[in-house]
Design a binder for this molecule. Sequence first.
Ligand SMILES: CC(C)(COP(=O)(O)OP(=O)(O)OC[C@H]1O[C@@H](n2cnc3c(N)ncnc32)[C@H](O)[C@@H]1OP(=O)(O)O)[C@@H](O)C(=O)NCCC(=O)NCCS
Length: 165
Amino acid sequence: MTAIRNFQQTDLDALGTLHAVTRRTAYADLLPESALAQITPEALIEYWAERLPIQEEPFRILVADKAGKLVGFAMASRHGDVAELTAIHLHPDHQGSGLAARLHDAILEVMRQWRCRSTYLWVVVGNERAQAFYRKRGWNPDGTVIRSSIGAGVDADLERWTRTV
Ligand SMILES: CC(C)(COP(=O)(O)OP(=O)(O)OC[C@H]1O[C@@H](n2cnc3c(N)ncnc32)[C@H](O)[C@@H]1OP(=O)(O)O)[C@@H](O)C(=O)NCCC(=O)NCCS
């Protein structure tokens, strides 16, 4: 059984390590080798260690905890009355299991508790698996594309997708 629970500070190393694995897998064909080389567990642990203390409130990170092992996470942040799905990542071994849907639904429930009516996310152009996942759950691209940092020294082309909460 996998529990969906709140992130705790003691999850930090596992979060960064998982984030590096999911990014390297998802972006293998989308980013140049020079960018992929920067996606390491150490870089992502440092990224989260620096980001969390300065992250604008409110935000929430939920993790998928399988018998003490962190196998997924989702993060939401609120900007006024609009929520952002800041991240959703599932370990490649667990993709296709339905766990991402549980994380997605749980983080949307957080947005509802914030009384947000709409939400957006940024997805890397060409990340077709994630886009299929989002489309199936009521998200659609709004036509905005930007080039931006995705953290830990990596830039990417990003599409904005939106949905009602
Ligand atoms: C995005 C993510 C959380 C979705 O979780 P998941 O368990 O993979 O999602 P699901 O398997 O439920 O849904 C993905 C859908 O895309 C389909 N799919 C798989 N590979 C695909 C591909 N290359 N192109 C298009 N669709 C694809 C799957 O078949 C599935 O559709 P189905 O439900 O009709 O079978 C997960 O893939 C992930 O962590 N990816 C890496 C990190 C990432 O990109 N996060 C998003 C950042 S914006």
